[in-house]
Design a binder for this molecule. Structure first.
Ligand SMILES: C[S@@+](CC[C@H](N)C(=O)[O-])C[C@H]1O[C@@H](n2cnc3c(N)ncnc32)[C@H](O)[C@@H]1O
Length: 326
């Protein structure tokens, strides 16, 4: 039975994929499967073949093969590592598992740094602040592709910062990365931003913040709710709690003409746009909105009176240009 279970699986770039033959029951091609989907798939197979207690057998075998006591655990935690932007990162609950769509946020930042005219740090590379670094996926990818850059990574969770630090050390053993500074503190606490002052204003702020609307939290998949830190996901009533904190700190943290890149919910471009209009003192403009391959928006907000020209890069659905803030 074990052989039957594994025969359709292939290991591709650190992810489980499927390469089923035409005799196997249909599964979408080249799609990643989590343990729950594997159980469902093999339950159907077992039922068709008259195997008693099809679901229980399937659950038991998948759990056994993956070395887990329960199949509800996300496969990234079971495996203990996951690939992101070519880096193999250690994963451990409850630290947030980086999602594939966030790789596009990284790519956009890389484009901005390499092609944009405004991002040149004092030492030849940008100084980047990541708010809510989790496992360090975004920060370490940026460092690995931008050898002149320096990154300050902040997270409110000690487990996250420890994991980011561990992943940085492991990445250094493969690539000579520039140093990363990791700090544990909630950026939302009064005055906490002052910890960052010694490094001076940054060229870029990047964040995949907690942005799920509080009322949507219960709709998340059970394995997310059981294993991932809810505070990594719950963005408050309108998912804006951390987003507005980051934006409000921009005048203190960001250089003039610096940018903030934020992965957000599909309702946020409008909400963030209205919020910025209500805060003219911040002198921030929402200059571009891109959609990642999941259709989720990534926002670019710029400091100062600078207005960005319409961006003509692939995968841009919308470019939102607000009136210049006086
Ligand atoms: C959605 S996760 C993103 C993690 C990582 N950047 C990624 O994309 O995989 C959000 C992260 O923000 C952190 N976080 C939540 N509130 C925070 C706060 N007030 N200050 C700093 N970090 C915070 C969480 O601990 C979590 O690691």
């Amino acid at each position: 039975m074990l052989r039957a279970l594994l025969s359709g699986l292939g290991w591709r770039g650190g992810m489980w994929g499927c390469t089923f033959s035409s005799q196997q029951p249909h599964l979408p091609p080249s799609r990643l499967l989590n343990a729950t989907e594997l159980v469902s798939h093999w339950t159907v197979v077992f039922e068709k073949r008259g195997i008693p207690e099809a679901r229980e057998s399937s659950e038991y075998i998948v759990a056994h093969v993956l070395g887990a006591k329960t199949v509800k655990m996300p496969v990234q935690y079971i495996l203990g590592e996951w690939d992101f932007q070519g880096l193999s990162l250690k994963m451990a609950p409850p630290v947030f598992i980086p999602r594939p769509e966030t790789e596009e946020l990284v790519e956009w930042v890389l484009e901005e740094v390499t092609q944009g005219p405004h991002v040149v740090g004092a030492q030849g590379g940008p100084l980047i602040l990541e708010v809510g670094c989790g496992s360090g996926a975004i920060s370490l990818s940026l460092l690995s592709k931008l050898p002149q850059s320096r990154v300050i990574a902040v997270d409110k969770g000690e487990a996250a910062i420890c994991l980011a630090h561990e992943n940085a050390q492991s990445a250094w053993s493969f690539h000579p990365l520039p140093p990363i500074l990791c700090f544990v503190f909630p950026l939302t606490t009064e005055g906490s931003w002052a910890h960052l002052l010694p490094w001076g204003p940054v060229d870029l702020v990047v964040s995949n913040p907690p942005y799920v609307f509080h009322r949507d939290m219960e709709k998340l998949a059970p394995e997310i709710l059981s294993y991932e830190d809810p505070l990594a996901l719950d963005g408050g009533e309108e998912g804006m709690d951390i987003i507005t904190h980051i934006l409000a700190l921009a005048p203190r943290l960001l250089k003039d003409s610096g940018s903030i890149f934020l992965e957000v919910d599909s309702r946020h471009p409008e909400l963030v746009g209205s919020w910025l209009q209500s805060q003219p003192d911040l002198s921030l403009n929402l200059v571009a909105v891109r959609r990642d391959f999941c259709g989720r928006p990534v926002l670019q907000v710029m400091q100062g009176s600078h207005m960005k020209e319409e961006v003509s890069l692939p995968r841009i659905d919308t470019v939102v240009t607000l009136k210049e803030v006086l």
